[in-house]
Ligand binder design. Structure first.
Ligand SMILES: O=C(O)COP(=O)(O)O
Length: 219
């Protein structure tokens, strides 16, 4: 059985680092910084979407500037770890799921190397042998392809996806996996408005929530 996780807004609160990188990219284009709350709303669909939204906030749609900003962000993303924190209870929940024998994977729209860098920084890279990022395939979430690839790499048995956003909910639905919605992440709409099999308010409850949704392992 496998437990698959989104990264930003689910395992980690990374908005402060993404905010910092975003404003550095805007400054490189001579554009004014944006507030943290504004940038939080741009997270979840990968770097191309992030830079398009950063520019759109300044009334700009310019593929060349977007490409420059995306390259700048990509170049610093692996080091953007200092302000990022695990959500409370993540470490224990991951250890608990590992002890129960679950395969663990990450399916994020963050570039894969940046995702691995942050997991390494948190001492959790070994816990997640499978990491699929926004640049791992041609398609990103909410397309189900990255999540299906993560699932296959984790053995394709019974699985759940834990995420925080509209994108994650749609992706899980399209992939046919039960969705556990972590409610303290970056979603833009009320939790009840998103399709979900369970809502997670505290990572301490995750092993029990997973046990409820996945069939018991065969003896
Ligand atoms: O938008 C991103 O870069 C990452 O977002 P995700 O980890 O929630 O998929």
């Amino acid at each position: 059985m496998a437990v698959l996780f989104d990264l930003d807004g689910t395992l980690i609160d990374s908005v402060a680092d993404i905010h910092r990188l975003s404003n550095a990219a805007l400054a490189g284009e001579g554009l004014a910084p944006l507030g943290l709350e504004t940038v939080r709303g741009f997270i979840g669909r990968g770097v191309p979407h992030l830079v398009a939204r950063l520019l759109a906030a300044h009334g700009i749609a310019d593929p060349e500037r977007a490409a420059r900003m995306a390259a700048l962000i990509a170049g610093s993303y692996d080091d953007a770890v200092e302000l990022t924190q695990l959500y409370p209870g993540v470490r224990d929940a991951v250890a608990g799921l590992q002890a129960q024998g679950h395969a663990l994977g990450v399916c994020t729209n963050k570039p894969a190397s940046a995702a691995r860098a942050i997991l390494r920084h948190m001492g959790l890279l070994d816990a997640f042998p499978v990491v699929i990022g926004g640049d791992s395939l041609d398609l990103r979430k909410p397309d189900p392809a990255p999540l299906l690839a993560t699932w296959r790499a984790c053995g394709a048995g019974p699985a759940v996806y834990v995420g925080d956003s509209e994108v994650d909910a749609a992706c899980a639905e399209a992939a046919g996996l039960p969705f556990i919605l972590y409610e303290h992440g970056y979603r833009q709409i009320p939790a009840e408005a998103l399709p979900h099999a369970a809502i997670l308010g505290d990572f301490a409850d995750l092993p029990e929530t997973v046990a409820r949704l996945l069939p018991a392992p065969r003896a």
